[in-house]
Write a protein that binds this ligand. Structure first.
Ligand SMILES: *Cc1c(COP(=O)(O)O)cnc(C)c1O
Length: 208
């Protein structure tokens, strides 16, 4: 990460490392904390709650990076510091309801389906500007930026650039892009959060 920052003339503290601990047990998280990790990414609300409930404190930050079902919003808002996967109006409605009831919600990123892939979550590129505008109005101060996962089998650079362009149109500064295989390219394209799993924890166990 430092080398990629250096290559692109960026300060190393302009990029956060989100340690993706999904499928790995709590012991792996504790090991990572001992090595200095303090931001973790999880895909599933249930799994994250089981793993982090008894070790979560102010210094440990947790980001939801997987799709959020509306019936899990309440639980997710109680556990996560950031939800990176706001991607549809029904989820906005559920978050608004939570905001009204409790008075606060986690910070949010809008997930963009940057390759317009049918099997992937995220708002389609053609709908992104409208959805972001709407979200900025609905959640003042809460929308920090955008998140995307480029198509698996293509060079990611043009997708990273496209996401950065959309963010900049809306004055959004956080860009969650880059995983184990492409975080250096993502940093060179302006990523402010890389979500790294297997490069830190090794291959994921197939079941949790
Ligand atoms: C699993 C996952 C990652 C981490 O992937 P690695 O290739 O193991 O680094 C990053 N982002 C999301 C959304 C994921 O689901």
């Amino acid at each position: 990460m430092d080398a990629a920052c250096k290559r692109s003339g960026r300060s190393p503290d302009s990029v956060q490392l989100i340690c993706v601990s999904k499928f790995h047990p709590q012991e792996a998280v504790i090991e990572a904390i001992k090595s200095g990790a303090h931001i973790f990414g999880e895909n599933r609300v249930q799994e994250a709650c089981g793993k982090f409930a008894d070790i979560k404190d102010q210094a440990l930050k947790l980001h939801l990076i997987g799709p959020l079902q509306t019936n899990k919003v309440k639980q997710a808002c109680g556990m996560f510091d950031m939800i990176q996967t706001l991607d549809r109006p029904s989820l906005s409605d559920a978050l608004l309801k939570q905001l009204e009831q409790v008075g606060h919600i986690p910070d949010l990123l809008v997930q963009v389906n940057i390759g317009n892939e049918p099997q992937k979550a995220g708002v389609l590129v053609k709908d992104a500007d409208n959805f972001i505008e709407q979200s900025l109005k609905q959640f003042p101060g809460k929308i920090k930026g955008l998140m995307a996962i480029p198509p698996h089998d293509e060079t990611p650079d043009p997708y990273f650039e496209k996401l950065a362009q959309i963010a900049s149109r809306h004055g959004l500064t956080e860009l969650s892009m880059g995983m184990s295989a492409d975080f250096e390219k993502a940093i060179e394209a302006g990523s402010t959060m890389v979500r790294v799993g297997s490069a830190l924890f090794g291959p994921r166990p197939t079941s949790f």
